[in-house]
Design a protein. Structure first.
Length: 265
């Protein structure tokens, strides 16, 4: 592939990514307007627009999945994209922000804008080095699918089911939404056992990360303090050498003259 073909390919990828970002932002707008009651995406022209955008992202996900070398790594790293394809409620659309973030990282836009630095490095360490992003993804999957199953068994709305799943997994348990069917009770038992475990891992991961960060900051502060002291001592030694230099020269000259005087005698 020559240079011209490479430039054309890069240009096509750029336009495609711009289209992805534009459609993602458009879907955000549709979801927000639907949630506040300005429009409805359940009927009329906005429904067709919403479904066409959903179909585009479905094809985009399937194509990227089929072309991925490691299907397992793709599923883990693009889990939010999969959640965004759940068509039962517009709130899942907001998980599409992960696709925009991936494009921003692909072009290193934060670095080019001068925003990449200590903050983004710490964020990357927190999300990936600690495995927090994977625990968060699994926890979200547990919450979402538990709420979907609960809504199906209990014939309740997805909003109430999500609220129930969150309060159950976090051990708050207000009791305003409770399972009444056998299927709902089974889902609740699985959520209480699995969800609480993963949420506990999330909190412990956050605590360990900030504890290590504080320890590293203290070590860096100690090293900076020692470096400053060494620098000050070096300056003092240099000043002493400069002040003692002329005196040592005079002593050497006096000693040499004294020796010459003895030899002449």
């Amino acid at each position: 592939m020559d240079r011209f073909d490479q430039d054309i390919q890069k240009l096509i990828i750029l336009f495609y990514n711009l289209l992805v970002v534009t459609l993602a932002l458009a879907s955000f707008a549709l979801a927000i307007f639907d949630l506040v009651g300005i429009i409805t995406i359940h009927s009329g022209p906005f429904r067709w627009t919403f479904m066409l955008i959903w179909g585009f992202f479905l094809i985009d996900y399937l194509v990227r999945f089929m072309s991925a070398k490691s299907k397992k790594d793709f599923l883990i790293s693009n889990l939010f994209d999969l959640i965004a394809l759940i068509p039962s409620h517009p709130i899942f659309i907001f998980f599409r922000i992960a696709r925009i973030v991936a494009i921003i990282r692909y072009y290193n836009l934060l670095w080019k804008l001068g925003w990449s630095g200590k903050l983004t490095q710490s964020l990357h360490r927190f999300l990936y080095d600690t495995g927090f992003i994977y625990l968060l993804s699994i926890s979200l999957v547990i919450l979402i699918f538990s709420s979907l199953l609960f809504a199906s068994f209990e014939h309740d709305s997805l909003e109430n089911s999500l609220w129930w799943a969150i309060t159950t997994a976090t051990t708050v348990g207000y009791g305003d939404v409770t399972p009444k069917t056998d299927g709902g009770k089974i889902v609740a038992a699985v959520l209480m056992l699995g969800g609480i475990g993963f949420l506990g891992l999330l909190t412990s991961t956050i605590t360990d990360f900030f504890t290590k960060e504080d320890s590293q900051d203290e070590q860096k502060e100690t090293l900076r303090h020692l470096s400053k002291q060494v620098s000050q001592l070096s300056k003092q030694v240099s000043q002493l050498q400069k002040s003692l230099g002329p005196e040592q020269t005079r002593q050497r000259e006096s000693g040499r003259k004294h020796k010459q005087h003895k030899v002449s005698k």
